[in-house]
Design a protein around this ligand. Structure first.
Ligand SMILES: [Zn+2]
Length: 675
């Protein structure tokens, strides 16, 4: 007989990856359950928005390391005698750093994941497989959560089932025929915002739309050169001219995107009645040309001493242009005056939603432009302003721009709150779900430790293996008086064709145009698609063609840079052409995989926005659409959410869960355990 499970927990060496929502609950539960040797890794620092649920952190910890503060807070729980026996090692670091390689993983008996992204989960999965350490994996989104067990030889690895990836929208839909709020939000964020406030040399599809329309067919000139010139001209439109006031510039942009471009698209007859679509309408612009109140707010430096947000410190601006204008966002959404705030009520009456959006567009746009220019002059180079969901000016601008565009296309208006959720792929985190999931992780970890402790091939090991469970936490409104239902199921079986744990048995085929794709584009596509950290790419014919890493010498870097610019068919060793097998390797993950390239020309962008076809043999195909986005789209724009109106704290969607919400059905009431 092996020792009781509690003793195993206290004598085992545990690795916790992630000290966020789940991690805080997990560390507390582990310490209470008498675990004594724990390593925690987390690269994040504590943000104000974490404090409502990551209960190990307090206001005074904002800006400090999550791993280090979590360790101190958890140790403080314990009576002094226990504290001396409990060793917690905190690493404020990225799990992908080389010191956390296979050798590091081998020292642990089990790895417990509390991560917030699929990329890092895949990285940990590969290291667990290489080091032969079992993994207990977890995720939550809103009221939904799951804990899964990944033990080599017993159950599937984390990657046996492909994960859904973020949906890409066809550029032509975004540019010409949006019909959902998410389309105008992606347009506002990825095209307009980036084009206006991105760094030097940024050209988005917004500017490219222009050259496609103006392209002349001049056979004498070099088409590539012509393209570059057209790009420059188009991008130049979205930069202020010399001496042009920021406000006048924003009005010019307003006229371009909400009047001129709409007229142009309206003129493409094939797009509308024939396809059953309504034609877009232009917005009035002259009434905004010289609005003194908006102009004044836009150009004010209005932060009170010490009150500027970090983003705006360079200018001494207050965080929100809408607030500076006196607008109450939710009030404007529910135009019709439900607000008890007299000021907001009056504002609302004088500035109905379209004006409200135009004013916020102009004021936040001017402020963002001023910030971009100030940053460029203080840094000496124009790196631009990146979109950040926690940057009030950025979300206000994106919301206002997308609402104005939605108005052109007859799409429902969204509040900043909703738009922020959609722009950042985010849903509300619920502390209770995290706590339940953390408890389930510990319950499962105990079983896994008994499995590890039992002799290989023994009856006891087989008995423990049969008790391992994947557990799903789902909202259970059918069951009066309880909010959650907990559903344990037998773990998934390993997929023989899995390209991670199946030893490369399953094949991956990638169909693309080998005369168009460059090696650099292929490498970055594969790196992202396969969640690799330091990819190395080679073919049997040409040897190594691409490699990333800190230890490359200058000659290698130069050689790879030259190769990266070449089209696939033009590479050495007859190129990467139809039928070429590309061998990929990532030493930092102990991961190898082969991808067979097929040549295919003229893929339809509407159907294949990535301009290629990714086919994993025998694999279960990922869910194409992200249900959370559809969920958000269904929202009627009043800011209501499952987590309640007050909870403005948002967390990245755990994409993994999307599979779960699709596939898991509410279990029969008898089996469900009430919480
Ligand atoms: Zn697998």
């Amino acid at each position: 007989m092996s020792p009781p499970a509690t003793d195993l927990l206290s004598s085992s060496h545990l690795l916790m990856v992630g000290a966020g929502g789940i991690g805080c609950e997990l560390l507390k539960t582990l310490v209470i359950a008498k675990a004594t040797r724990i390593h925690i890794i987390d690269l994040d620092t504590i943000d104000v928005s974490n404090l409502n649920r990551q209960f190990l952190f307090r206001n005074k910890h904002v800006g400090m390391s999550k791993a280090i503060v979590a360790r101190e807070a958890a140790l403080a729980f314990l009576p002094p005698a226990r504290r001396d026996q409990c060793s917690i090692t905190a690493h404020h670091a990225n799990i992908k750093q080389p010191e956390f390689g296979v050798e590091f993983f081998k020292q642990f008996d089990v790895v417990l994941n509390g991560l917030d992204n699929v990329d890092a989960r895949r990285h940990v999965n590969r290291l667990c497989l290489a080091a032969r350490v079992p993994l207990v994996e977890s995720g939550t989104t809103g009221l939904v959560g799951q804990v899964t067990c990944h033990v080599r030889g017993v159950s599937a690895c984390y990657e046996c089932k492909p994960k859904p990836t973020a949906k890409a929208y066809p550029v032509c839909t975004l540019r010409n025929t949006p019909d959902k709020p998410i389309h105008t939000i992606v347009w506002a964020k990825d095209m307009l915002f980036k084009q206006l406030f991105g760094g030097d040399g940024v050209v988005t599809d917004l500017a490219e739309a222009e050259n496609n329309n103006n392209n002349t067919n001049n056979e004498d000139s070099n088409p590539q050169e012509e393209q570059t010139n057209a790009d420059d001209v188009a991008a130049k439109f979205f930069k202020p001219e010399e001496g042009e006031q920021p406000y006048d510039f924003l009005v010019r942009v307003f006229r371009r995107v909400f009047v001129d471009d709409i007229v142009k698209v309206n003129g493409m007859d094939d797009l509308w009645e024939k396809q059953g679509r309504r034609r877009p309408v232009t917005l009035p612009v002259d009434r905004y040309k010289s609005n003194d109140a908006v102009k004044k707010t836009a150009s004010a430096n209005d932060a009170k001493e010490g009150e500027s947000s970090p983003d705006n410190e360079v200018l001494g601006l207050s965080a929100s242009a809408a607030a500076a204008l006196g607008y109450d966002d939710d009030h404007a959404v529910s135009f019709g005056c439900k607000s008890s705030n007299a000021d907001a009520k009056e504002k609302c009456a004088t500035a109905p939603p379209p004006d409200h959006d135009a004013h916020v567009f102009l004021a936040s746009g001017v402020r963002l432009l001023r910030r971009k220019l100030a940053l460029a002059s203080s840094r000496g180079s124009d790196d631009g302003v990146a979109f950040d969901k926690d940057d009030a000016l950025a979300t206000e601008f994106v919301t206002a721009a997308s609402n104005l565009r939605s108005r052109c296309y007859g799409i429902p208006r969204q509040s900043v709150f909703n738009a922020k959720g959609m722009a950042g792929n985010i849903v509300h985190a619920v502390a209770t779900t995290n706590a339940i999931v953390a408890g389930l992780i510990v319950a499962e970890a105990r079983k896994v430790l008994r499995y590890v402790a039992a002799a290989e091939g023994s009856d006891e090991r087989a008995a423990v293996a049969s008790k391992l469970r994947d557990t799903y936490v789902v909202p259970f409104p059918q069951c009066p008086g309880s909010k959650y239902c907990i559903q344990p199921t037998s773990p998934e079986e390993a997929h023989a064709g899995c390209y991670v744990c199946g030893g490369g048995a399953g094949g991956i085929t990638l169909s693309l145009d080998t005369n168009v794709w460059t090696l650099g584009e292929l490498a970055s596509f594969l790196k992202k698609k396969l969640s690799m950290h330091l990819p190395l790419l080679e073919t049997d014919e040409a040897g190594q063609l691409y490699e990333e890493g800190d230890d490359l010498d200058e000659d290698e870097v130069e050689r790879y840079e030259t190769l990266a610019k070449k089209r696939l068919a033009e590479l050495p060793g007859d190129g990467i052409v139809d039928g070429t097998t590309v061998n990929l390797q990532d030493l930092s993950q102990d991961f190898n995989v082969k991808v067979v390239v097929r040549h295919v020309a003229d893929l339809d962008e509407e159907e294949y926005p990535e301009l290629c076809i990714w086919d994993v043999e025998g694999g279960i195909q990922p869910v194409a659409n992200a249900p959370a986005q559809e969920e958000a789209e269904k929202n009627d724009g009043n800011g209501a959410s499952a987590a309640g109106d007050d909870d403005d704290d948002l967390v990245m969607i755990d994409e993994d869960i999307e599979v779960l919400t699709e596939n898991v059905q509410a279990p029969p009431a008898k089996k469900a355990r009430r919480v």
